[in-house]
Unconditional design. Structure first.
Length: 275
């Protein structure tokens, strides 16, 4: 963006063959499943619209009419603040195609439609720290200790390093044109997800062995991945446990509903007021 703000790219696709969250909600598209009575995608887009660091917002949508029934978004759609792009085969391919279609603006914020807990404050914090940290691409991570303390019943996928395990926050920043190399690397890993030996060859057997033995630190992993991808990657470690809660299954949505209810409920009437 010429004004220095982030362009945002929101991934709103879903797995082929149907999605359990969409099925549980009786909907075709997971992105429209309600969280706290509001479609998840609408929550994400309203958050981005309220974030001062974000300018144009592009939605990689599986259907060009995905936003048709979402009344609060019609004005920014008409004004061109929100635009729609087609999805590609898989998240990495959608990022690659979407960013290319936008002209590869730097910086670009990438997030997902199934992150309804996202807030403008978190977006601002992540964007500021991603820019300050340098590098070509940045990813948001949340420590496992924070997640387990806040949500002991929640099952997350963790990257386990020597000093700590982390879960992704579905927040990425493409900071320089060299981030395209990292996206291409991600596409290769995504293509080879059923052929792990090819992924091992990409990252290096030494790095893989160190990771499996829990000898690899986060900093060491970033150095090795940066070398393999040809772009410098950085991590933005976020302290908010809920930043790692996206909605992959109905249980996740139930947790999101509880968090939103607590976040949006008025203060207890039993709290004494000050004179």
């Amino acid at each position: 963006m010429s004004d220095g703000r982030f362009t945002a790219l929101v991934l709103a696709g879903q797995r082929p063959g149907g999605d359990p969250v969409a099925a549980a909600a009786g909907l075709r598209w997971k992105a429209l499943a309600p969280a706290g009575g509001v479609p998840m995608l609408q929550r994400v887009l309203l958050t981005l619209l309220a974030s001062p660091s974000v300018g144009t917002i592009a939605v990689a949508a599986p259907d060009p009419g995905l936003l048709d029934g979402l009344a609060p978004l019609q004005a920014p759609l008409a004004e061109g603040r929100i635009i729609l792009l087609p999805t590609a085969e898989g998240p990495a391919a959608s990022v690659s195609a979407g960013w290319e279609s936008l002209g590869r603006p730097c910086p670009t914020l990438v997030t997902t439609a199934d992150h309804p807990l996202l807030t403008p404050a978190l977006v601002e914090d992540f964007c500021a720290r991603a820019l300050a940290g340098g590098g070509d691409i940045a990813a948001g991570l949340v420590p496992a200790t924070a997640i387990r303390a806040a949500f002991p019943e929640s099952r997350r996928t963790y990257l386990r390093f020597r000093e700590e395990a982390y879960s992704g926050a579905n927040l990425f920043a493409l900071l320089t044109p060299r981030a395209a190399a990292a996206v291409d690397f991600w596409r290769g890993v995504e293509r080879d997800r059923k052929r792990p030996w090819r992924i091992a060859r990409r990252v290096g057997l030494g790095a893989l062995a160190a990771y499996l033995l829990r000898r690899l630190t986060l900093a060491g992993a970033l150095r090795r991945l940066s070398a393999a991808a040809g772009a410098e990657g950085r991590a933005v470690v976020l302290p908010e446990a809920w930043a790692a809660v996206d909605v992959d299954k109905p249980d996740d949505l139930a947790l999101v509903e509880r968090i939103l209810a607590a976040r949006e409920s008025p203060p207890s009437a039993s709290v004494a007021t000050q004179p």
